[in-house]
Write a protein that binds this ligand. Structure first.
Ligand SMILES: [Zn+2]
Length: 85
């Protein structure tokens, strides 16, 4: 696993990469993620993913934090259990 560059999180709202409006806020949405692991394609449903989303056009902005949530869900799925928070 390679180290990620440190990304400072800026205060919301962010500027949207698609419509360029300053309307990106942190949202909690149900999300179906796909990823590869163990040479197989895994699909994992995340009922409450915290991800920055544009209020204007609905664009989702993937960040390191979003990636971590997806990786965690993938790991939990591989172990056949769901983490309890
Ligand atoms: Zn937008």
């Amino acid at each position: 696993m390679k180290p990620e560059p440190a990304i400072k999180s800026k205060p919301f709202p962010w500027r949207c990469p698609r419509c360029l409006e300053k309307s990106v806020h942190l949202a909690t949405i149900p999300y179906t993620a796909q990823g590869r692991g163990d040479g197989q394609l895994h699909v994992v449903e995340i009922p409450a993913l915290r991800i920055p989303q544009c209020n204007k056009c609905g664009e989702l902005v993937f960040t390191e934090s979003v990636d971590e949530q997806i990786q965690e869900a993938m790991r939990a799925r591989r172990m056949g259990s769901v983490p309890v928070k």
